[in-house]
Design a protein around this ligand. Structure first.
Ligand code: OVV
Length: 410
């Protein structure tokens, strides 16, 4: 293809007449840190919007976002879920064999991962999650104040998830940064993506080494993946790649979910009191935190052939960003989306995606968030800000950089 026709690693498109054109950079750091106005304007412009500087379509209304995101036949993942089109440009890392594939390849790897992350396996982990959460909360209660990001949101998943996988090597900074790299790499060629590629060069060797069979115990989720290679369900070289997916998708995401939950309750003390009064609200509270803060704010797809969105023709090779954070704040769907209400029970939120690629680890993610909220609700009367919360811009994740907190004992 002529390079003049390329932009951000994909084909420059001509949008169909009638599609609103919006000259904005959705990956500007001010928007990434504070996205609500951008979400609202994106939804207001229509069901599908053309962004000329990236030559992509963007979706923010719930109905269209949900429809397109679930439609794996027209909107494929095998050409990458970021702005680079794998059919044109070399991917920045070896593609994920579960995320960046379509059926039938996806079907086989997904089956192995769903087994490892099944409700039954999660049941076997909850006692370990609960004990670790209790211990961590007790130690934080001894401090005058602390950083909710590094000392709780990062510490907890890094303590429990690599252990569940059976990893022998654990490094908090590398594991959290790897997730941040994977998500930043989905964006355009900006400062964040360039940081990700540089950081990845430093840490990818550590990550791949940690995925090897001899760096895993024989009783964890990682061993289940290698067992599937022994039975012939996977090829031998596929096992470390699926273990890599645990590390790409399973650490920074839950770190963000927990950090965002702490932020929600530090900002909404009345909702914290309701949770303490009725622990059965922990479950719906986790869903409301996910809807309200959308830890993964944006995910992409590629039109695999000429198709349509909301009645507008869409040409093959078009990159489409599905702004999950905007869909989760759509008043058409939620009525009063900007109110944080732990008993909302937001069925159908997009925080875990939708369709065949919907988060395969969502039961583990929920169990981690629930363990922390249960431990805190028993021991902590109030979660108070002890300084300004600062967001950390990322091309696909809406996460905190700093969250100074003070826990008031019950
Ligand atoms: C960031 C992300 C999400 C889901 C899956 C993967 C990565 C993967 O590497 O498989």
């Amino acid at each position: 293809m002529n390079t003049m026709e390329l932009i951000e690693g994909h084909k420059r498109i001509t949008p169909a007449p009638g599609i609103p054109v919006w000259d904005i950079d959705p990956y500007g750091e001010a928007i990434l840190s504070d996205p609500l106005e951008y979400y609202a304007e994106l939804r207001a412009k229509g069901p599908v919007v053309y962004i000329p500087r990236l030559s992509i379509l963007a979706l923010g209304q719930y109905a269209t976002t949900h429809k397109v995101f679930s439609d794996h036949e027209n909107f494929v993942s095998s050409r990458g879920v970021g702005l680079n089109d794998f059919a044109i440009e070399k991917p920045w890392r070896a593609p994920s064999i579960i995320l960046e594939v379509d059926p039938p390849d996806h079907t086989r790897t997904r089956k192995v991962m769903s087994r490892a992350l099944s409700p039954k396996m999660v049941k076997g982990l909850v006692d370990m999650f609960a004990a670790t959460a209790e211990e961590l909360v007790s130690s934080l209660l001894k401090k005058d104040s602390f950083d909710g990001v590094t000392e709780l949101a990062e510490t907890f998943p890094v303590a429990v998830f690599p252990r569940a996988v059976g990893m022998k090597d654990v490094d908090q900074r590398i594991l959290v940064d790897y997730g941040a790299c994977v998500f930043n790499a989905m964006g355009p060629d900006n400062r964040l993506r360039r940081w990700a590629l540089e950081r990845n060069a430093e840490i990818a060797p550590w990550i791949m080494a940690a995925c090897a069979r001899d760096r895993l115990t024989d009783d964890g989720l990682g061993a289940m993946i290698y067992d599937a290679a022994d039975t012939g369900e996977l090829d031998q070289e596929e096992a470390p790649m699926l273990v890599r997916s645990f590390l790409s998708a399973g650490v920074d995401t839950t770190v963000t979910g927990i950090g965002n939950a702490l932020w929600c309750f530090s900002q909404h003390p009345e909702e914290w009191q309701r949770l303490r009064d009725d622990p059965s609200l922990v479950r719906p509270a986790v869903e409301e935190v996910l809807r309200f803060t959308s830890p993964v704010h944006t995910f992409g797809r590629t039109a695999g052939h000429d198709t349509e969105i909301a009645g507008f023709p869409v040409e093959e090779g078009t990159k489409i960003i599905c702004v999950l954070g905007a869909a989760n704040m759509d008043p058409e769907k939620w009525g009063d989306p900007e109110v944080f209400r732990i008993d909302r029970r937001p069925t159908g939120h997009m925080a875990f995606g939708a369709g065949i690629h919907g988060c395969v680890g969502q039961n583990v993610a929920r169990a981690e968030m629930e363990a922390i909220l249960h431990a805190l609700s028993r021991k902590v009367a109030r979660i108070e800000p002890a300084g300004e919360a600062v967001w950390r811009p990322n091309n696909a994740i809406h996460a905190l950089d700093q969250l100074p907190l003070k826990l008031i004992p019950a």
